[in-house]
Structures are given as C-alpha cells and as structure tokens.
Design a protein around this ligand. Structure first.
Ligand SMILES: [Zn+2]
Length: 455
C-alpha cells in the first residue's frame, strides 16, 4: 500500500528536476519602472522649502525639507522620491498642496498620477478642471488617459515583482540559483506556453476538454464538474496554507505561468500522457504497483498527472502530495530537500486535507519502527541519489512523515527557517544546526522521545 505511488515518483523526480542555470539577482533590474509618459512638468520649487512628513507604500516614513518637485518625483534633504512610492492618500495630499490649481498641465499630471496610484474618481475631476481652466488642452486628454493607464500597469507590475522578489531574499549566499522574477510580458508568455502544453499533452491521451483555470492552476479534468470544483477549491486552499507554512504572502504565484494538473478518468489516459509528454514508459518497474499520480518538474514548468482511482480520499491525497512537490520546486530556488523531508512534508500536507490514506499507510508503520528502536538516522540518511530511498516497504515515507509531524507540532517556525536555508543552498544538516540547533542524531532522538509516549 505505501509504495503505490512512492517508488515511481522517486525515479521520475530524479530524472526530471535538472536545475536551471538562472542568473541570480538581476531579476528586479528587468522590471519595467514607471514609463516616462504623460504630461511633463519641469522642476518646480515651492516659494520656500516645505517641511514634510509622508508615508510610503512600503511603510516607511519620509520626513524633511522638500526643495523641488516635477512630474515624476519630489526631492529634498531626504533624497528623491517618486510620486507613486507614496500611499495614495499621502500622494493626493502632497501633490495637491504643491501644484498650481489654475495650471492645466498640473491638473493633467495630477489626474495621471491619481490613476497610477488607484484613485480614479478624483482623477476624473482633475481632468475636468484641466479642460475648464484651459479648453485648448482638450485634445491632450486622450493621450493623458493612455499615459495614466500605462503608469498604473507599471506600478502594479513593479509591486508584484517586488513581492515575488522578497520571497527569494533569504537565498542570500547565492549557493542555489534563484528562479527569476518575471515581468508581466514574460509571465503572459509563460502562461500561454503552459496553456498550450496542457492542450497538447491531453491530446496525447485523446482528451480534449476545456481547461479550468484558478489563480495558480490550469486543470484539465475529465471528472464530473462538481468533483472538479471540489478538488479545485481544495487545491487553492492547500496552496494558501502551504505558502503560510513557508512564510510567504499567499498572493504570490510561485509557478512559472501556472501549474498544469491533469485529472484523467482512466489509468490508460494517465499512462498515455506519462509516455508521450514525460517520456515515462510506466513499465518494467518491479514492485512499483499501481501509480495514481506523479509530479513532473521540467526545469521551470510544473505538471501533475493523475487519474481518478476508485478511492476518492486516496485520489485527493495523491493529488495534494504531488502538487506540494511542485510548490516546493518553485519555492525560491530549485534546490531539493532531503528525501525524508521532501516526501514527509508532502505527506504531512496531504494528511491535513485527507487524513485517512496517509495515516493508514504511514502512521502505524512509523510507530512500529520507532517504538521497536529502529534507527531514525538511517532514514535521515536515505537519498534518491544512491537508491537508498525509500528503503524496505517504503519505510522512508512512513518515518519521514513522522519526523516532519514532530517538527511541525513542536516548532513550525523553526521548520520554516530550516526550509529556507535548505532552499537557499545550505546543506540540510548544516541548516538543521543553524535553524534548529540540532544535529541529525539529536533530531532522531527527539522524534523517538516524542513518539515514545504519544501518537
Ligand atoms: Zn512524493
């Protein structure tokens, strides 16, 4: 039972997760900063320097003497700050104070910047004022509106890229190459590619259904609409929950475009896509048993292929387990967790949503091993590379799940800190020492002690 999807998975992971050579660090520099568009205002100085105290979107306060301003920014002893860096209400207040109300160009620029920061209604009244002050600016309003729209798009893109870039900040030693942060245009192209792949690959199974998209996933489903809807909601909830464990804003889409999830009605179709799309013949793997789902990490792309086995809970559990692999692959860097944590965390998350199958397959086996004095360090040392994972009767899965369970019950924040270090490229045992103050022997002893008296 525990080996149902385990063994084949290990093989596939080993074959398809080659790390991409991604240049680190320069992702943000490719971000489109606010384009130099719209109504120009040359450098203007207030009659006398103005003392200001304003709040920026990122939360910091800027205070000092404002000496000059123009269409893009204001400057003073605090440096130069772009208008769109201010919170919307602070922008409105300060610009309104500095501008000449009777200058039509000032009104046009005010309107453009108001739209850029998301204040549409006051922008309309500024455009109206501009044309009533000077009817000859009327022909300029259409261009002014276009500029405003472009500025808003650029601001949203910049904020998104900063949010995504922040997910990677911890990989400071650069040991693991980070996934690049995509511009809007790159993201659109990535999404188009994933949509195409979804269609092309499902055609290999003779399936042509209209994919359903959520914020993070493209679902190609042959299931009944109500079943698909249920799984879709569960996947979205799971995504948000996992990002919470990682300490990441759930608004961040970690995927390249989106992850493609195949939910086929039959095993044959699942296998057809395995063979056709992923070069996985699904034969000649003695002892692998029946496989219900697999995650394929093709450099930056993530695909989960699955078929609806008769056991709904098991199907849901496999789906979540595999999708967690995809999320972890895309979390900051492609660096792999050690096998016990890679599989243990996927099972642990799956158990949060579908407790039955994981508990059934893992818990009793783990308790039996640990309580009879089995060596937990042996499991910590198992790895995909030398074929020692997952051990006899897939022992690694059972004990890996138990270890993650203890870590998450006792100190989830330390587990998060440990994950970050490993994803940043620190060897896992070193990271365990740094983040949790434990050697692997101490971790093993801790787990044995925990389960000596508890389930
Ligand atoms: Zn797995």
């Amino acid at each position: 039972m525990p080996t149902l999807f385990a063994l084949v998975l290990a093989a596939v992971l080993a074959q398809s997760s080659s790390a991409p050579a991604v240049p680190a660090g320069d992702a943000a520099s490719s971000a489109a900063s606010a384009p130099n568009v719209g109504t120009a205002i040359k450098e203007t100085r207030p009659e006398k320097p103005l003392r200001i105290r304003v709040k920026l979107v990122k939360g910091t306060i800027v205070a000092g003497m404002l000496a000059s301003w123009d269409d893009d920014a204001f400057a003073g002893d605090f440096g130069r700050i772009e208008w769109t860096e201010l919170t919307p209400s602070e922008f409105k207040r300060l610009f309104d104070k500095l501008m000449d109300d009777r200058d039509a160009s000032h009104q046009l620029r005010f309107a453009e910047l108001l739209v850029a920061v998301g204040l549409d209604a006051p922008a309309e009244s500024a455009w109206k004022k501009a044309t009533s002050i000077d009817p000859s600016v009327k022909p300029r309003v259409a261009g002014s509106r276009e500029a405003a729209k472009a500025m808003r798009k650029a601001r949203l893109e910049k904020e998104r890229m900063e949010r995504e870039g922040a997910v990677q900040d911890f990989a400071e030693d650069g040991a693991a190459p980070r996934w690049p942060v995509l511009t809007d245009a790159e993201r659109d192209a990535a999404l188009a590619t994933m949509r195409e792949d979804a269609k092309r690959y499902s055609a290999m199974a003779g399936v042509s259904v209209e994919p359903i998209e959520t914020e993070y996933f493209i679902l190609v489903s042959e299931l009944k609409p109500a079943e698909t809807k249920e799984l879709q909601k569960e996947l979205d909830r799971m995504y948000a929950e996992v990002l919470g464990y990682l300490g990441v804003d759930a608004k961040v889409n970690l995927f390249w475009g989106k992850a493609v999830i195949f939910l086929f009605a039959t095993e044959d179709r699942f296998k057809a896509v395995e063979a056709g799309a992923f070069g996985n013949p699904m034969v000649g793997r003695p002892g692998s048993g029946q496989v219900m789902g697999l995650c394929h990490m093709m450099k930056e792309k993530v695909f989960v292929n699955s078929w609806q086995c008769p056991d709904d809970a098991l199907f849901g559990s496999v789906l979540i387990h595999e999708t967690v692999h995809g999320i972890m692959h895309r979390y900051s860097t492609p660096a792999r967790l050690p096998a016990w944590a890679d599989e243990g965390f996927s099972d642990w998350v799956a158990a949060r949503f579908q407790p039955g199958p994981v508990e059934l397959a893992r818990r009793a086996q783990a308790m039996q091993y640990i309580r009879s004095g089995g060596n937990i360090v042996t499991v910590l040392d198992m790895n995909y590379r030398d074929g020692s994972w997952p051990g006899q009767n897939a022992l690694g899965y059972a004990v890996g799940y138990a270890i993650v369970d203890v870590m998450m019950r006792q100190a989830p924040l330390k587990f998060e800190a440990w994950l970050r270090k490993v994803k940043g490229g620190t060897p896992w045992e070193q990271a365990l020492q740094d983040a949790c103050g434990l050697t692997k022997q101490q971790l093993a002893a801790n787990v044995a002690r925990f389960f000596a008296t508890r389930d």
